[in-house]
Design a protein around this ligand. Structure first.
Ligand SMILES: Nc1ncnc2c1ncn2[C@@H]1O[C@H](COP(=O)(O)OP(=O)(O)OP(=O)(O)O)[C@@H](O)[C@H]1O
Ligand SMILES: [Mg+2]
Length: 235
């Protein structure tokens, strides 16, 4: 490997498996991410997206395999401050905001009374701080949730610009397949193991993905039930 390749390689996961509460949630994952990559991480609920980001952050330790961030193990002094994190919005959001502020050093947020902000405002503040930080490698866990359409579009444009012109590297989790396909250049589809990793434009369509995942079209069966159809474009 040449020096340039070493410098340009931001992340290398080699055959990692991760257990949570004794259950394997990530199975034999290998991923390489290089400087300037804008990667979309998609997949069903419980597919392991957040667990993968927590493994990169060093919060979860893999049972097997290697995690290498900027040439070193995660969360060590060689790469501290270089990885920014926007956690997933859920009921524990405020705890997670505190955790994120501590982990990525979002200076200034300590003074904001977050109990007075809406979910979307918190989301935008956290993203803004992560983008403004020194971190060159950003892990964004569903940053588009709760953000209105015009903010979503400007955020995606900004992220694209950061990767292409400012040398940032981004992994973005989202269930919004349309937004991910249009903004990222590479998509990883994760369901415990990697089902697809390639150019965004080559992501199989939802029918083919369903076949890969073993999902049967409810209309092709003879069971008469009222089935809620999944919204096209979301996974
Ligand atoms: N704190 C936890 N303790 C034990 N198991 C957990 C914990 N958090 C998640 N899991 C399990 O790990 C698996 C992967 O969950 P994870 O949160 O990584 O999925 P995800 O792809 O981020 O899902 P979502 O799209 O719903 O955010 C699931 O089976 C989940 O039940
Ligand atoms: Mg998640």
């Amino acid at each position: 490997m040449s020096n340039k390749e070493i410098i340009d390689q931001i992340l290398k996961l080699r055959n990692i498996s991760v257990l949570r509460s004794g259950v394997e949630v990530l199975d034999n994952i290998s991923i390489e991410v290089n400087k300037g990559d804008f990667v979309g991480l998609v997949g069903p609920n419980g597919g392991g997206k957040t667990s993968l980001l927590l493994t990169i952050l060093g919060e979860l330790k893999p049972l097997k395999g290697d995690v290498i961030v900027y040439g070193h193990e995660p969360a060590c002094r060689h790469n501290s401050g270089m990885v920014g994190w926007v956690p997933q919005m859920d009921d524990n959001r405020r705890d997670k905001v505190d955790q994120a502020i501590k982990m990525v050093g979002l200076i200034g947020m300590e003074d904001v009374d977050i109990s007075r902000l809406s979910g979307g405002q918190i989301q935008r503040a956290v993203i803004g701080k992560a983008l403004a930080s020194e971190s060159d490698f950003l892990l964004l866990d569903e940053p588009l949730v709760g953000v209105d359409r015009s903010s979503k579009n400007s955020l995606l444009k900004l992220l694209d610009d950061l990767c292409h012109h400012h040398g940032k590297t981004i992994i973005m989790v989202s269930h919004d397949l349309t937004a991910v396909t249009q903004s990222t250049h590479r998509i990883i589809y994760l369901e415990k193991s990697i089902q697809f990793d390639g150019p965004s434009k080559e992501l199989p369509d939802l029918n083919d993905l369903a076949k890969i995942r073993g999902i049967v079209d409810p209309h092709s069966t003879h069971i008469h039930t009222h089935t809620t159809k999944l919204k096209t474009g979301d996974v």
